[in-house]
Design a protein around this ligand. Structure first.
Ligand code: AHR
Length: 490
């Protein structure tokens, strides 16, 4: 029997809804053929795929990152604004394709408005200049009266778009990145870009490019983050962190895949300590939080389409990662799943239709069935050794408890990692009375490798009544199951 002890008075912090964010990049069929498809009977008057938009609305996306990713480091935003017939078709060098520039800044903003989400633009700090980055802020955010703001009005958008979130480049540490830089060079350039971008609009919030975890060079993560934060902490509000994972070679596919979020948690906590130390040393008064602005399971396909098919293990891994980020809500304020459509994505299209991949369901549940207050859940359960990802033990039961103060609802998000054994959990709650009946939202399936496809939904989410709830009650989580218990606090 596992035990979870919860007390309404023991709180970890406030979960920012921006952790349910998504990312769309000019890569494969994410934008063209996913988000945007001219000439399709499935598209609306803006050429946005209506079926995709509806599925994306189900994810209640609070913030959407664009245009990349690696694509951002070679993208010149002026190519993608103004009359379509004058937009250049260019070779796209990050993913070795061709870019038509039909989807540009204004299309992105219109998409964000249709999705009711906050735009987050990643500026080009690879092949781009500081003038170009500042001009992009001017085009998007300034009232008319200066040249790029006037150009926006000429393009049909008199009112500023007011884009608050801007990235200072993408993965600038990596040799694969167009215009990649060593840490001191990047830090100096990012600082100068930040200065002019903020001079253009004082209200914007900037995401500094954080370092990469490397198994072969653990110090690289520290060195990069230290250098860039030390130089730029006073001019940024966030630092990015990317995490993609798959199973560990030579280990059990399922269990090693599900251990990875705990490995990532170590890095996030380490980065958080570093941020706080630099803030103290440099006397930076404003908070700096982590933006996990690319994360997902990704290990099968490495071409220039990245059309990964997800199975049940992947869905459970995504559920654990979402629990983990919210348990660390003091540090993590933004997260963007990479990516939203077709490219390592929960929504998968063809010209004729779409289906929801397995990972869609934990993402939807997290965005829909969660409170904003993270509780300090005490969990007692069996675990398995996972030294191979740098953590001694991984619990078979992953848990996050949240409270929605206004709706007076308690949500307990559980993942039973075990392939064979059900977990009987004794849930003990203090700090209020629970209504005797609630709802269990369940994502499950028969085998770890079961997938969804067009017209074939093997992994979905179902709701079951939950009764017999009291201050101490038992709930059994079947093997290979993610369950979110929704309960009323009286
Ligand atoms: O999301 C796919 C790619 O992964 C992004 O373009 C890049 O930032 C990362 O390496």
């Amino acid at each position: 029997m596992s035990v979870i002890k919860l007390d309404l008075a023991r709180r970890v912090g406030i979960i920012d809804r921006k952790v349910y964010g998504m990312f769309i990049e000019h890569l494969g069929r994410c934008i063209y053929g996913g988000v945007y498809e001219p000439g399709s009977p499935l598209s609306d008057e803006y050429r946005f795929r209506k079926d995709v938009l509806e599925a994306a609305r189900g994810l209640r996306v609070p913030i959407l990152r664009w245009p990349g990713g690696n694509f951002a480091s070679g993208y010149h935003w002026l190519d993608g604004v103004g009359p379509e017939e004058r937009r250049p078709v260019r070779p796209e060098l990050a993913w070795n394709t061709t870019e038509t520039n039909l989807f540009g800044t204004n299309e992105f903003i219109q998409y964000c408005r249709a999705l009711d989400t906050e735009p987050y633009i990643c500026a080009n700090l690879g092949s781009g200049t500081m003038d170009e980055a500042a001009a992009w802020v001017e085009y998007c955010n300034r009232e008319i009266g200066t040249s790029y703001a006037d150009l926006r009005a000429e393009h049909g958008f008199e009112k500023p778009h007011k884009v608050i979130y801007w990235g200072l480049g993408n993965e600038m540490y990596g040799d694969w990145q167009i215009g990649h830089k060593k840490a001191p060079e990047y830090a100096g350039f990012a600082r100068e870009c930040a200065k002019v971008m903020k001079a253009m609009d004082r209200d914007i919030k900037l995401v500094l490019c954080g370092g990469q975890e490397r198994e072969d060079d653990r110090e690289a993560f520290f060195d990069w983050n230290w250098e860039v934060l030390d130089k730029c902490a006073d001019v940024v509000e966030y630092i990015s962190y990317h995490f993609y994972w798959g199973p560990v070679q030579g280990q059990d596919t399922h269990y090693s895949m599900l251990a990875q979020p705990y490995h990532s948690e170590h890095y996030l906590q380490f980065l958080w300590q570093l941020i706080e130390q630099i803030r103290r040393d440099r006397r930076v008064e404003h908070p700096i939080k982590i933006a996990v602005d690319e994360w997902n399971v990704w290990y099968r396909i490495h071409d220039n389409r990245l059309e990964e098919r997800y199975d049940l293990s992947d869905a459970l891994a995504v559920a654990i990662y979402l629990n983990m980020m919210r348990r660390n809500c003091s540090a993590v304020e933004i997260a963007n799943l990479a990516q939203m459509v077709n490219v390592i994505a929960p929504i998968f299209t063809s010209p004729e239709g779409m289906f929801l991949q397995t990972i869609y369901h934990p993402l939807r549940l997290a965005a829909e069935k969660s409170g904003t207050i993270a509780l300090d859940a005490h969990v007692e359960c069996d675990s398995y050794p996972a030294e191979y990802v740098g953590v001694p033990e991984v619990p078979y039961l992953d848990a996050l408890a949240t409270f929605d103060e206004s709706a007076k609802k308690l949500f307990v998000s559980l993942v039973n990692l075990s392939k064979e054994d059900a977990q009987k959990v004794d849930i003990r709650f203090e700090g209020g009375d629970l209504a005797p009946e609630g709802i269990a939202h369940i994502v499950s399936g028969e085998r770890p490798d079961v997938v969804n496809d067009f017209g074939e939904e093997n992994v979905t989410c179902r709701a079951e009544p939950l009764d017999g709830i009291s201050g101490s009650f038992a709930y059994t989580v079947p093997p290979l199951t993610h369950a979110v218990l929704e309960m009323e606090v009286r």
